[in-house]
Design a protein around this ligand. Structure first.
Ligand code: SAM
Length: 258
């Protein structure tokens, strides 16, 4: 048992990241929950640099864009060779996911689905992006982290790894459980309090100290519904509330108005 690798006991996930900044990527990722998952082998991240697959003296990975205009575009061949290298070293065939502002936006539901995969290959674009022929021929899916434009896909890939890693069984400990997090059941999380019990900035709500677990769960549910109603009515509109949730929300709205 002692010599058995951790991976055989609980689900793990492997990410192969194609990036022009492999050292910076690994250094930046290696802290907190993800750093701990990396250290335990629950999450594996291997980077490949397309620059290592160039054949010219300047090790070029980008060129000017056809048709004129500003900006550079990532070259086809170094990307093809980098991808072939990744595919050759991994046993399970993984999809190639391009981080792109044009992709489907990552949501918690999407993250949950993706976290069931054993592995992903994440491609980080730079400059104006990637030669379209590579996207057409080799990319399986495009994933965005939001409707804004970043300078490169690395931060996006780190967001994906973090969001997926915390959903893998055993990555979070009990006190960090992802089950109550925002979006896990379509609602935002309830407010949380810690010591001190009383302060010039307000007191901890009495109900959280009463020890009645059912009453606390009811209060938390009401606060979740209320927070979603106040901050993300668009999420609430997508849900069909149960009778008891509708009652709790009405109670929250009454107390809010009062
Ligand atoms: N010209 C591209 C466009 O407008 O669609 C944007 C290129 S952006 C400057 C460079 C790279 O950053 C992209 O190839 C992509 O990998 C990454 N990137 C930028 N915004 C992103 C986003 N919202 N989500 C994920 N990746 C993004």
């Amino acid at each position: 048992m002692r010599d058995q690798p951790f991976q055989t006991l609980i689900p793990t996930m492997r990410f192969d990241v194609i990036t022009l900044f492999p050292e910076e990527f690994l250094r930046t990722l290696n802290f907190g929950v993800v750093g701990r998952a990396l250290a335990r082998g629950q999450v594996q991240v291997e980077c490949v640099n397309p620059r290592d697959f160039t054949t010219d003296a300047y090790r070029r990975v980008d060129e000017r864009v056809y048709g004129g205009g500003p900006g550079m575009v990532m070259l086809l061949d170094p990307l093809k060779l980098a991808l072939a290298h990744v595919r050759a070293r991994t046993e399970v065939p993984a999809k190639l996911t391009l981080l792109s502002p044009q992709g489907a936006t990552l949501t918690q539901a999407h993250a949950r689905d993706l976290s069931l995969r054993p592995s992903m290959i994440l491609l980080c674009g730079r400059y104006e992006g990637i030669d379209q022929r590579f996207i057409d021929g080799y990319v399986d899916e495009e994933l965005s982290i939001g409707d804004y434009v970043l300078s490169g896909g690395e931060l996006g890939a780190m967001v994906v790894i973090d969001a997926l890693a915390r959903l893998l069984p055993g990555v979070l400990n009990k006190s960090e459980s992802a089950e109550q997090d925002s979006f896990s059941d379509g609602l935002l999380d309830c407010p949380h309090y810690t010591r001190p019990e009383k302060s010039a900035d307000g007191d901890v709500p009495e109900i959280l100290k009463c020890g009645n677990h059912a009453a606390i769960a009811r209060w938390r549910r009401m606060q979740s519904l209320g927070a979603t109603w106040q901050k993300r009515p668009d999420l609430l509109a997508q849900l069909t509330l149960s009778k008891s949730d509708a009652k709790l929300l009405a109670e929250f709205q009454m107390s809010f108005k009062a």
